[in-house]
Design a protein around this ligand. Structure first.
Ligand code: ATP
Ligand code: MG
Ligand code: MG
Ligand code: MG
Length: 470
C-alpha cells in the first residue's frame, strides 16, 4: 500500500478536517506584511498574525499544506536524502484551542493508523524538561521510556528572541541500517540520514522576555510541521525525497535530457538532484510572482535558476532545458497548486529568458576574458589579477572556475588570494546593504557562497565529467 505525494497531502488535510480543523490553501511564498522574512519557510510563518493575536483566525483549528523555501538548506541539497530548498510542509495549528495531548495523539494516529507506518520504526523526541510530553508519549501512547529521546534547548526548544516560545517534540523514522553513517553512536538525533526527522510538534506555552525569564502563556498554541516529501519517502520506502513519485518523474526527465542514468556516477547524481530541487523552487517562486533580479527574493530566484542551468551544462545538457523540466514540476504538483497550471506559459517564459541571459553572460564573459588575456600578454604577465577575475565574476557573472580553466589551458594562472580578498570586501558591503533581519534561517547572504562553492571544481562546459562539490 503506497500512497503518492498528492494523495498523502489530501489524506493529511482530510484527517485534520475530521478533527474539526479548517483546511486553508497554501499561502504565497512571498510573506505578507512581514519584513523579517524573505521567503515563507514553514507552515507557521504565514500564520504568525494568528499566533500573536494581531489577527483573528477564521477558526481556532487550522490545517495547511504550505509551500516552503529554505535558502539556509541550500548547502545540503543534493547531498542529504532529506533536504530541498523547496518543500511542502504539512501542519496542524491550534490558536489557543487544543494542546499537547491532542497534538501528540493525532500525530501518532495519523502516522501509524492513517498512513500505516510501523510504530516500531518511529521514535519521538522531547525537550529534556518537558515531563508533560514524556507522560503523554509514555503513558498514553504506550511508547517505552527508552524509545523516547530527550534533547536540550538547541534541538527541542523553539525560540526566536523575545516572544512566544516553547518545547518541541519531534518524530523520527528509522529508515534502516543501510542509510546509517556506520558510527557506533548513530541513533536518533544523528545528522546522517538513517533516523530521519519527519514531524516537528511545537508547543508554544511560554512568553520569553529575551533575558531568560519565561512565563506561562494564557493562550497556548500548537504549531506543527511535517515535510510532505519526507513523509512520502518513508511511506513509499525509497532512498530519498528525490525518489518519491513526483520527484522521481522529474529527475528521470533530467536524466533523459542529459542522456545519463541516475545512480551511475555519484557526482552526476548530486547535479541531478540539485537541478530537480532548484527547478521546483524556481517554478513555484515564479508562480508566486517573483522575478529574477539582483536583490532580495529575485536574487535568490536568479541564483537558483542559474545554478540549475549551470549544473545542466555540467551534465552535458545542450541548449535550453528549464521550461521543459518545469512542465514536469507543474504536471506533478498542479493537483495541489492549480495556480501552476494557470501560469504555466508565463513561468516557461521567465525561465527561458533567464536561461538565455545566462547563456549570453557566459559568451560575454569569454569576450572580456580574451581582452584581459591580451592585456596580460602585452605586459608580459602570466597571472590574472584577483581584481580582474573578480570583475568577471561579479560584473559579468562569469564563474571563477571557468576563468581558471581557460587560463590554465594557456599556461596562465589566477591570483586566487586576490580574488578572495575582493570577494570578501564585496560580501561585507552586500551584507551591510542587505541587512534584512534573519528569521528561522531565511538568509539571503547564503547565496554569496554559492558561486564560489559551485565553481571551484568546474571542469568545462563541454565536459561530461562533473566534479562539483555541490
Ligand atoms: P532537519 O533537522 O532535518 O534539517 P529541521 O529540524 O530543520 O529538519 P523543522 O524546522 O523542524 O526542520 O521543520 C519541520 C519539518 O519540515 C521537518 O521535520 C521536516 O519534515 C521538514 N523539513 C525541514 N526542512 C526541510 C527541507 N529542507 N527539505 C524538506 N523537508 C524539510
Ligand atoms: Mg534543518
Ligand atoms: Mg531538526
Ligand atoms: Mg526540526
Amino acid at each position: 500500500q503506497k500512497y503518492g505525494v498528492n494523495e498523502l497531502r489530501k489524506m493529511f488535510l482530510e484527517f485534520f478536517e475530521s478533527k474539526e480543523h479548517l483546511a486553508m490553501k497554501s499561502f504565497s511564498l512571498v510573506p505578507r506584511n512581514d519584513k523579517s522574512l524573505l521567503l515563507i519557510n514553514s507552515g507557521m510563518a504565514p500564520l504568525k498574525p494568528y499566533f500573536t493575536g494581531a489577527e483573528i483566525p477564521p477558526r481556532r483549528r487550522v490545517t495547511t499544506c504550505q509551500k516552503c523555501i529554505r535558502t539556509g538548506d541550500i548547502e545540503n541539497v543534493g547531498k542529504t536524502a532529506r533536504h530541498g530548498t523547496f518543500f511542502e510542509m504539512l501542519g496542524n495549528f491550534s490558536f489557543g484551542d487544543y494542546f499537547k495531548r491532542e497534538a501528540i495523539a493525532w500525530s501518532w494516529e495519523f502516522l501509524t493508523e492513517v498512513v500505516g507506518l510501523d510504530p516500531q520504526r518511529l521514535y519521538p523526541s522531547i525537550y529534556e524538561e518537558d515531563e508533560e510530553a514524556f507522560e503523554i508519549w509514555n503513558k498514553e501512547m504506550g511508547i517505552p521510556a527508552e524509545r523516547i529521546f530527550r534533547f536540550g534547548k538547541a534541538d527541542n526548544f523553539w525560540e526566536h528572541g523575545a516572544g512566544p516560545c516553547g518545547p518541541c517534540s519531534e518524530i523520527y523514522y528509522d529508515r534502516g541500517e543501510k542509510y546509517g553513517c556506520g558510527s557506533p553512536d548513530c541513533t536518533v538525533g544523528c545528522e546522517c540520514d538513517r533516523y530521519m526527522e519527519i514531524w516537528n510538534n511545537v508547543f508554544t506555552q511560554f512568553e520569553s522576555d529575551g533575558e531568560g525569564n519565561y512565563t506561562e502563556l494564557v493562550q497556548k498554541n500548537i504549531d506543527t510541521g511535517m515535510g510532505l516529501e519526507r513523509l512520502a519517502s518513508v511511506v513509499q520506502d525509497v532512498d530519498s525525497i528525490f525518489d518519491v513519485d513526483t520527484l522521481c518523474a522529474l529527475r528521470t526527465k533530467v536524466c533523459e535530457l542529459a542522456h545519463t542514468e541516475y545512480k551511475k556516477d555519484a557526482a552526476k547524481d548530486v547535479s541531478i538532484r540539485l537541478i530537480t530541487d532548484h527547478i521546483r523552487s524556481a517554478t513555484f517562486m515564479i508562480s508566486d510572482g517573483i522575478m529574477p533580479t539582483n536583490e532580495g527574493r529575485g536574487y535568490v530566484l536568479r541564483r537558483l535558476i542559474r545554478r540549475a542551468a549551470r549544473h545542466g551544462r555540467l551534465l552535458g545538457i545542450e541548449g535550453k532545458f528549464l521550461a521543459e523540466l518545469s512542465a514536469v514540476v507543474i504536471e506533478g504538483s498542479k493537483d495541489g497548486y492549480p495556480e501552476l497550471e494557470e501560469k504555466k506559459d508565463f513561468i516557461f517564459q521567465v525561465l527561458t529568458k533567464e536561461e538565455e541571459q545566462f547563456n549570453k553572460t557566459i559568451d560575454q564573459g569569454l569576450n572580456i576574458l580574451s581582452e584581459m588575456e591580451a592585456a596580460m600578454k602585452a605586459e608580459g604577465k602570466t597571472e590574472l589579477s584577483g581584481e580582474a577575475a573578480f570583475k568577471l565574476y561579479d560584473t559579468y557573472g562569469f564563474p571563477l572556475d571557468l576563468t581558471k580553466e581557460i587560463l590554465e589551458e594557456k599556461g596562465c594562472t589566477i591570483d586566487e588570494a586576490g580574488f578572495k580578498a575582493a570577494m570578501d570586501e564585496q560580501r561585507e558591503k552586500a551584507r551591510i546593504a542587505r541587512s534584512t533581519t534573519n528569521y528561522m534561517g531565511a538568509d539571503a547572504t547564503v547565496y554569496d557562497e554559492i558561486d564560489v562553492n559551485v565553481t571551484t571544481e568546474f571542469v568545462g562546459y563541454d565536459s561530461l565529467t562533473c566534479t562539483s562539490k555541490i
